[in-house]
Design a protein around this ligand. Sequence first.
Ligand code: CP
Length: 327
Amino acid sequence: MKSQFRGKHFITLQEWTKEEIDTLLDVSYDMKKKFAMGIPTPYLQYKTMFLMFFEQSTRTRNSMEAGFAQLGGHANYLDTSTMQISHGEVAKDTAIILSSYGDAIACRNCFWEIGNKYLREMAEYSRVPIINMQCDLYHPLQAIADLMTMQEKKKNLKRLKVSIIWAYAKSHKKPISVPLSQVLLFPRYGMDVCLAHPEGYPLPDWVIDQAKENARKHGGSVTVINSEAEAYKDADIVIPKNWGSWVTNQSDVVVDDLLEANRSWICTEEKMAMAKDDVIYLHALPADRGNEVVDSVIDGPHSVVFDAAENRLHTSKAVMVMTMNGR
Ligand code: CP
């Protein structure tokens, strides 16, 4: 069936077909090429979008805001603590109002068991596309930039071993949305996904079931283990990153006994040496340096974290052009 991109919500990549994601990647490469050549891309002139943030952001806010300016439009940054949301205005009313003023609404709401529901409610009542800038469950803007970066570095991704590895961190309680989005997306590109975490940090069962179904359809595989060493062994790509335990600790408290019992889950040069010689190291950032990863790895020759962060600009522009202008 022919895709209809204009007006399509971007809440999770699971709701975009493989063909649609391939087109999204094509447009991202085109955006990157034009940016490198200094060719203007005024595809969204005179359009307005709203960027609603319930949480802090460096990459997402600035890639969206800069990207939308480069497309000729105006992005209105909204700190939700200064909106009537803080007095209880509901998602439905906010979506109806903002969508009557502009051409898209992007939102970051990572509150556990609230964020995705909030976006879904906005999508139900908005006249314009809703773009997920990270919720409690999904971070599709990060996952698509990671996929683009892996393609650029490795070319054919089929049957490559990508290990998504839990890591210790105490900077803040990180959502499960990055590993969750990656474990769903990468098997659709035929990759062998190895998800490794200590006891107490599982992703929900329905995620693993969907990821395995994606692997079955597209020729990849998904394995879930508790061994860090096994995850690093012979990996083509490693993504060691913290996520909080939604099972045992749903509060905002970051440090607890379970976390402290797993301090050893830090990405080091010794662990990287267990992977393939040309392994690449990815992290969505911000990284908790010295806890999730040592400086010599994140600043070392295998690290492509800044390439992925840069690709957030090009992929975000592709998402905005397609959902606001696409056919
Ligand atoms: N990776 C990511 O989404 O970064 P920010 O939290 O800075 O937006």
